[in-house]
Ligand binder design. Structure first.
Ligand code: SAM
Length: 279
């Protein structure tokens, strides 16, 4: 039986009703499933954290490769289904909780987790940025997300997808786009395309900056009005109290054109400017 038919049979057996507000689009494509597993590079030494196991399709595949799988699912109606579907495995722990209220550091204990998930799209960014910003013990993140967000995460300066999210993600980790995934790989079909992305957190960020928080405030202000110059964006932001002449001087003194836009600046450029503002 194919994954689509298996999923349908489980849904019918348990009379399960999909909940849109939980982002429930279950994966029904074997090829994509295998691609996620192979790109996550899991061994029996690994503890995997899965966010949103659904009816356990990815969970089963993970449990075959990993030492242990911890699966956190918000929907309590899925728990009895998961218990039955996964009853052959003794290395899966199911936790019925909201991942945003779960202490991931405590779950990890003294191991480093590999996160593998077909994420609920309504909370993609808070989940990923939460893990990265809190520097949780996560060795790699291999996740299905909206294609549009995946493109933004790995975008380079001066491209249309480049923005504050690209810089935030690339400060903490190296992104790699594993695969594009069309809508027909899910049940029910989502109304956006998807992609699998792998993020490998750095031991140490690729740039050095005196004040990380200041750099991210600068990035946020720089992209607040995309078509405006950096000077105008910073001048209009409540966060930077300089007049336009002073802002222009700071840019020039650091080797940038006064009319430069945020979208053409690299992470290194933002780090350099943040250091200048820190002074
Ligand atoms: N892993 C399954 C698969 O690939 O078929 C299901 C993926 S589905 C896109 C997202 C899953 O995340 C659903 O099972 C949903 O109930 C669960 N979920 C949604 N919000 C959650 C949250 N805040 N915490 C934990 N799980 C959540």
């Amino acid at each position: 039986m194919g994954l689509g038919a298996k999923t349908k049979a489980i849904i019918q057996k348990y009379d399960f009703a999909f909940k849109k507000n939980f982002g429930q689009n279950f994966l029904i494509d074997e090829h994509v499933l295998n691609k996620i597993i192979s790109s996550a590079d899991i061994t029996k030494e690994d503890t995997v954290l899965e966010i949103g196991p659904g009816i356990g399709t990815l969970t089963q595949a993970l449990a075959k490769s990993a030492g242990k799988v911890i699966a956190v699912e918000i929907d309590k109606t899925l728990v009895p289904i998961l218990k039955e579907v996964l009853s052959d495995f003794d290395n899966i722990e199911i936790i019925n909780n909201d991942i945003l209220k779960t202490d991931i550091r405590a779950l990890a204990g003294d191991t480093r987790l590999k996160l593998v998930a077909n994420l609920p799209y309504y909370i993609t960014t808070p989940i990923i940025m939460g893990i990265l910003e809190q520097r949780l013990p996560v060795e790699s993140i291999t996740v299905m997300i909206q294609k549009e967000v995946a493109l933004r995460m790995q975008a380079q300066p001066s491209s249309k997808d480049y923005g504050a999210l690209s810089l935030a993600v690339q400060y903490y980790c190296e992104p790699y786009l594993v695969a594009n995934v069309p809508q027909n790989c899910f049940m029910p079909r989502p109304n956006v395309d998807s992609a699998v992305i792998r993020l490998t957190p750095y031991e140490k960020p690729p740039v050095e900056v005196k004040d990380e928080a200041l750099m991210f405030r600068l990035i946020k202000a720089a992209f607040s009005q995309r078509r405006k110059t950096l000077v105008n964006c910073l001048f209009n932001s409540n966060d930077f109290n300089f007049d336009k002449a002073q802002l222009g001087e700071i840019l020039k003194a650091n080797g940038f054109d006064e009319r430069v836009r945020g979208e053409s600046l690299s992470l290194e450029d933002f780090a350099k400017l943040a250091d200048a503002f820190a002074e």
